[in-house]
Write a protein that binds this ligand. Structure first.
Ligand SMILES: *Cc1c(COP(=O)(O)O)cnc(C)c1O
Length: 494
């Protein structure tokens, strides 16, 4: 299996793609073709546990890793790090809907699924490539990636991790999770700007020749833990494959019977992984792309025009407050049948004008599979209240956007096919907004008392990783302008 860039046809092996994160021309690595899982293989896989399923999927993409290396990576990532060793359980919530709970890991958000595994994949790749250089992981985060990457990389030999987050664009709990992170290889810094500023800053640093020279002089090399790294994407394909196996196993689906997925979307990584799972043979019918008020993707799916020149809103689902969805580039590459010139052209337009339009043919292809819809904070809160009232099921603000989107879809299309709804964070990570949806009572000022109140109201337990933050020392206090990011990295790595 080889990987090419979305903007050029150079083919590389997976270890190289994972170690470098981004192609040299700024494009994203994509598999040259998609390995397929046969009906018979699904029958075998449905009897496997999560780790074995993950090993099976990884082995099809990372053909330059040995079976032993893959096993070492998967077991290190998923054994003993998730509740009950079940990284991605399905919960039935009635009306032909199942929630795929992706928040049972060490930081209580779905990014753990990928970021517990990525450090293993990356350090193994570096060993294979034998460069002798340290990896510097640069992360721009809308909240959850930062902590999940810190949790994955803290203390990992031969790596440094630098995390930038938008000062006013993350929840209090997310900020606390990041600013209290210990470890002698970690740096955390706030940006006076929004997530797109942080992400653009990181992208610019990646492709900056002078920065590259500076790193090489210090025997270092940049890599990325953002979802532009293929090493982030492949673990996400696993949970869609695994969900299908679970549905086959419990009899919810017959072999080949189709289901829809609903994904609360920001950077388009999670939903793209579902698209890749379909390419491998998972029978997904429609991809319902759920957005919050930053509904640039809804407009794109409906019109074929991507236009980031619009008001940016800070919402109660901050991990989706994004106007430039990086992984959409991989989707464009699929829609353009692998035509790099088309993708390069669209990306250049996006960079220069903040806008592009895809061809009628590409749009038709997109709309065959995709449905775009969105909801605002008020509708999100209503969804949290409704599912709690009906099913006593507690969900966070991002999952709420997906629930509301799933209902919009059914109302607007009449299609009541089984929905698998990606649940991307624990409600406790966004306790203030969730509480406001569930009660009219005044909220306590203290963050941890809010968690306790939520625990009382919902009769569920506060996840340990969040409870343990209480009293942790704030270790990272710096905040810089977006123009200072490169200088900040030099100062900290020197
Ligand atoms: C990152 C994140 C999302 C968005 O996922 P993408 O892969 O960027 O589309 C949604 N919800 C939560 C809680 C997240 O952390």
């Amino acid at each position: 299996m080889l990987f090419t860039g979305t903007r050029s046809r150079n083919a590389v092996e997976s270890a190289f793609a994972i170690a470098s994160g981004l192609a040299a021309d700024g494009g994203l690595f994509v598999p040259q073709d998609f390995p397929v899982i046969s009906t018979a293989e699904f029958e075998t896989m449905k009897e496997m546990d999560y780790c074995r399923r993950a090993e099976t999927v990884l082995a099809k993409y990372l053909t330059d890793y040995s079976a032993g290396e893959i096993k070492y990576c998967v077991q290190g990532a998923y054994k003993g790090t998730f509740d009950n060793d079940l990284p991605a359980p399905l919960t039935d919530i009635g009306s032909n809907r199942k929630v795929l709970e992706l928040w049972h890991g060490p930081t209580c958000a779905f990014k753990d699924l990928a970021l517990q595994l990525l450090p293993y994949l990356l350090t193994t790749a570096l060993k294979k490539l034998n460069t002798g250089r340290q990896a510097v992981i640069l992360v721009a985060t809308s909240g959850d990636t930062g902590k999940a990457a810190l949790a994955g990389f803290a203390g990992v030999k031969d790596t440094q991790i630098v995390v930038f987050y938008p000062r006013d664009g993350v929840s209090d709990m997310q900020k606390l999770q990041m600013t209290t992170q210990p470890g002698n290889n970690v740096t955390v810094c706030a940006i006076a700007g929004n997530f797109d500023d942080a992400q653009n800053g990181v992208k610019a640093i990646f492709t900056d020749g002078e920065m590259k020279d500076f790193l090489h002089q210090n025997n270092m090399e940049f890599s990325s833990a953002n979802s532009i790294n293929f090493g982030r994407l492949v673990p996400q394909i696993v949970y869609y494959v695994s969900a299908y196996c679970d549905l086959l196993k419990d009899g919810s689906l017959r072999p080949g019977e189709k289901f829809n997925v609903v994904v609360p979307t920001g950077n388009f990584g999670n939903i793209l992984a579902a698209v890749y799972a379909k390419k491998m043979g998972v029978p997904i019918s429609r991809f319902i792309c759920a957005s919050n008020r930053n509904n640039v993707l809804t407009d794109f799916i409906r019109t074929g025009i991507y236009d980031r020149n619009r008001q940016f809103y800070t919402t109660e689902s901050p991990s989706m407050d994004i106007l430039i969805s990086s992984n959409l580039e991989r989707m464009l590459h699929l829609l353009a049948d692998g035509n790099c010139e088309v993708v390069s052209g669209l990306m250049a337009e996006l960079k220069n004008t903040g806008k592009y339009q895809i061809s009628g043919k590409m749009l038709e292809k997109l709309q065959q599979d995709f449905y775009g819809t969105w909801c605002d904070d008020e509708a999100g809160r209503a969804a949290i209240a409704a599912i709690f009232k009906e099913r006593h099921y507690l969900c966070d603000t991002h999952t709420a956007v997906a629930l509301a989107a799933g209902e919009n879809y059914r109302r607007e299309t009449g299609d009541d096919t089984l929905q698998v709804i990606a649940s991307t964070a624990s409600a406790y990570k966004f306790a203030p907004a969730v509480l406001q949806a569930l009660t009219d009572a005044a909220l306590p000022a203290d963050d941890f008392e809010k968690l306790q109140l939520l625990s009382q109201i919902s009769d569920t337990r506060i996840p340990e990783p969040l409870a343990n933050l209480r009293g942790s020392e704030i270790l990272h206090k710096e905040c810089i302008a977006k123009e200072e990011m490169a200088g900040f990295i030099r100062r900290n790595l020197e």
